[in-house]
Design a protein around this ligand. Structure first.
Ligand SMILES: [Zn+2]
Length: 380
């Protein structure tokens, strides 16, 4: 058989990961998550603030997380500030804004929170953030029916740049487009699981396929992929949110019907950063998306949204070998030890990676770390 071809492309940038450290979730660490990211072709990721049991709502927590990044990360990581109506941290926002890449808001029922919020409850937070960092985006996890109101609050009332995380419906993409047409600075992203898995997986895999927002039916997933491939959805964001299989199992055994209230165990989220690009390259090999669009969606656009510059030398060489994920990586590549993509076909193994002028991967092996905290204005 002929040697598979290689391609060298800009390192990928992920706007949305949960590397879980420091927190009560032991499925991932900065070390293991950034290793999975590097092996997945990423050169920069942005870590979300809702660490279980330890949200990044104060300067002290933010500094503690960044200290771990500076010690143990394989690739540069930027961090988000968190603020919720109940977090009572308005006074902390100016200090945290200077050290963060953006602000994450949870407007939805998700882990540890059981109702969708009234967007008006975030008015003071948005005003304070805008005053502190008018160019640093707000990343929104919207609720089921409050997206339009959030868009109007953030991009209308406060004229602040907004990124809608993990859209899972064409209707949400439409709302983003409409806002863009009125001049709003707005973007949106889709996750690998919302285009490569579907709610039929929940029927057969239970909690191993549950996440927030939930998977959608097969037709909607195909529609989302199309919106992504044509560029109506701006970026791919992995929402890499690992859990150990014992914790997925506990939720499955105790709460198989997935009742979402404080009396029932829940365990939303899946790992995904390590195979995000190989899953896309497989689609590329089938003619469903082109390479320019993949580079745009996984590197150029996300870097632009957070105001980071990618150096022309920050590049990843992929060997375009085709494989079934479960055959090649039965335990995945993340610290959680499993992957929801066991049966998926994939193309691409990272041969070489150079980030920030440093060779991190050579001949497929991680050989160095670049343990840096990135911020807007950084050159990576
Ligand atoms: Zn998330």
């Amino acid at each position: 058989m002929a040697e598979p071809k290689s391609i060298t492309i800009p390192a990928a940038v992920d706007l949305h990961v949960h590397f879980r450290e420091p927190s009560t979730n032991k499925a991932e660490t900065i070390d293991s998550g950034s290793k999975a990211a590097a092996l997945g072709g990423y050169g920069l990721v942005c870590d979300m603030p809702n660490n279980p049991g330890n949200p990044t709502w104060t300067m002290e927590k933010l500094t503690a997380k960044q200290a771990i990044i500076k010690k143990s990360s394989y690739i540069p990581i930027a961090t988000y500030t968190g603020s919720q109506p109940e977090s009572d941290n308005l006074a902390e926002l100016p200090k945290m804004a200077a050290k963060s890449i953006g602000l994450k808001l949870y407007g939805a029922a998700t882990t540890g929170n059981f109702v969708d919020y009234d967007p008006a409850a975030f008015d003071k937070i948005v005003a304070a953030w805008h005053k502190a960092a008018s160019a640093k985006p707000i990343m929104l996890h919207s609720g089921k029916d409050n997206l339009a109101e959030f868009i109007s609050l953030i991009t209308g009332r406060h004229s602040h740049p907004l990124h809608i995380c993990h859209v899972n419906s064409a209707a949400d993409v439409k709302l983003v487009e409409q806002a863009r047409e009125t001049g709003a600075k707005i973007s949106c992203g889709v996750c690998p699981h919302h285009i490569f898995k579907s709610e039929s997986d929940v029927r057969t895999q239970g909690w191993f396929a549950r996440m927030q927002p939930p998977l959608v039916d097969e037709d909607s997933a195909a529609e989302l992929f199309k919106l992504f491939a044509t560029g109506e959805i701006d970026v791919l964001e992995t929402d890499h949110a690992p859990h150990l299989t014992v914790d997925k199992w506990a939720a499955e055994l105790e709460n198989p019907d997935a009742i979402h209230d404080p009396n029932h165990r829940t365990c939303f989220g899946v790992p995904g950063i390590e195979f995000a690009l190989p899953l896309l390259f497989y689609q590329m090999s089938r003619g469903r998306i082109n390479l320019d669009r993949i580079i745009d969606a996984t590197s150029k656009k996300p870097a632009k949204i957070i105001g980071v510059k990618l150096s022309p030398t920050t590049k990843v060489t992929w060997r375009l070998e085709k494989y079934r994920v479960g055959d090649k990586y039965p335990k995945g590549l993340s610290g959680s030890g499993w992957t929801p993509y066991m049966n998926n076909l994939a193309v691409g193994i990272v041969e070489k990676s150079v980030v920030g002028g440093k060779t991190l991967i050579e001949n497929g092996k991680l050989i160095a770390r670049l343990s840096q905290v990135a911020n807007s204005g950084s050159v990576v």
